[in-house]
Design a protein around this ligand. Structure first.
Ligand SMILES: *Cc1c(COP(=O)(O)O)cnc(C)c1O
Length: 369
């Protein structure tokens, strides 16, 4: 889709960018279909957040909103450093992972650089890279939806600047084997940057999550995390990166000052320090629900791809079309994500919600499939 911006005098790369497709909101769907109940399972949010201590801290932060945040976000940065076994010089914050992804692209990419992305993966990597003038190499995933790390390695050229990795991957929920991923990061060519987006890493089962602390010491590696999903704070907009100190310094130099707000800063720190028990219980619950929903979908004829996250990627039965089914569900008050835009017109992505939300989805599916 060309935006025809050239005659407005905008940058030519803007013309090649596609708008981010956000999930539908509850309010919009309520209004559009005149419903009185809508269940939102389309954006991988955590329906149980924010947790108790995060909420308390948010309320306290309100009294300080006449002031800018500290420009080095010192308290949250120190807490993150401690939890991740790193120094404060290895951490930089942004207003959500989306914001840090964009800043990372501005930090690394030049006109003519090549970047690699898996196909399918989170779409924002592509758009921010194109905006910087980079060209995209899509590397299709394997038939089991794992990353084809061999193909990625083989396709590296002297123009390859950056490989975007997402683990667990969005929209599939699939993880790379821990050892294979660590080995890939450790041995990929010296001139190639790796950005590892761990937006959902806290949902990975124990023992299957890559150990990145050591790799961060001597590799061209940037790891991205967010409070949006596991900690249920998508509306508070806090994300961060971990990298070597000079990278962090450069990142902080070019990022927008004060882009993380006080409400998010207070809440993120409080939730890290004091909400871990609650977060762990909710994680267990969501993973049990993921199994229950997956089994129900399988019984209805879906092909469910085993997930390591808080969402399920599944192939519809009987060659049904993703966009059509999602439209029909929406008219009945259920928002899930169609996967046409990722090139998977027979697949849907479903966020695991509260028990009653998942039941609502399964009941509505029963009515149309
Ligand atoms: C949701 C998501 C993000 C963006 O998270 P925010 O912190 O809310 O901006 C980034 N990467 C992936 C893979 C995501 O699914």
């Amino acid at each position: 889709m060309k935006n025809n911006v050239l005659n407005l005098g905008l940058r030519k790369q803007v013309d090649d960018c596609k708008p981010y497709i956000a999930g539908e909101t509850e309010a919009a769907v309520l209004k559009k279909y005149g419903l009185n109940e809508v269940v939102k399972l389309g954006s991988n949010e955590n329906p149980f957040g924010p947790y108790d201590n995060a909420k308390k801290a948010m309320q306290e932060s309100i009294n300080l909103l006449n002031r800018y945040p500290e420009d080095d976000y010192v308290d949250l940065t120190a807490t993150l450093a401690e939890i991740n076994n790193l120094s404060v010089t290895n951490i930089a914050l942004g207003s959500g992972a989306g914001n840090v992804i964009e800043t990372v692209a501005r930090l690394l990419l030049d006109e003519g650089d090549e970047v690699m992305v898996a196909k399918p993966t989170y779409r924002l990597y592509r758009e921010v890279s194109i905006l910087m003038g980079a060209t995209i190499k899509d590397i299709p995933v394997n038939s089991d939806f794992t990353y084809d790390l061999c193909a990625m390695r083989q396709q590296i050229t002297n123009k390859t600047k950056l490989i975007w990795l997402c683990n667990p991957n969005n929209p599939t929920g699939v993880i790379s084997d821990k050892n294979e991923l660590e080995e890939f990061i450790a041995t990929v060519g010296e001139n190639v940057w790796i950005v590892l987006d761990e937006a959902y890493a806290d949902f990975i089962n124990d023992g299957q999550r890559p150990e990145i602390t050591e790799l961060l010491q001597d590799k061209k590696l940037i790891v991205i995390r967010t409070f949006s999903k596991f900690y249920g704070m998508a509306g508070a907009r806090v994300g961060y990166i971990m990298a070597q100190a000079p990278v962090i310094k450069a990142f902080d130099t070019i990022t927008e000052p004060f882009c993380v707000n006080r409400v998010g800063l207070f809440a993120a720190r409080a939730t890290l320090l004091n909400d871990q028990d609650q977060a762990a219980k909710i994680k267990d619950f969501l993973l049990k629900e993921r199994t229950r929903v997956s089994e129900s979908l399988t019984a209805k004829g879906f092909l469910v791809i085993p997930s390591s996250s808080n969402f399920i990627f599944a192939k519809l039965p009987n060659n049904l079309d993703s966009t059509e089914i999602c439209e029909q569900l929406m008219a009945k008050g259920v928002i899930i994500r169609e996967c046409n835009a990722w090139g998977y017109p027979e697949y849907v992505r479903i966020t695991v919600g509260k028990k009653e939300e998942n039941d609502f989805l399964l009941n509505k599916l029963e009515e149309i499939i």
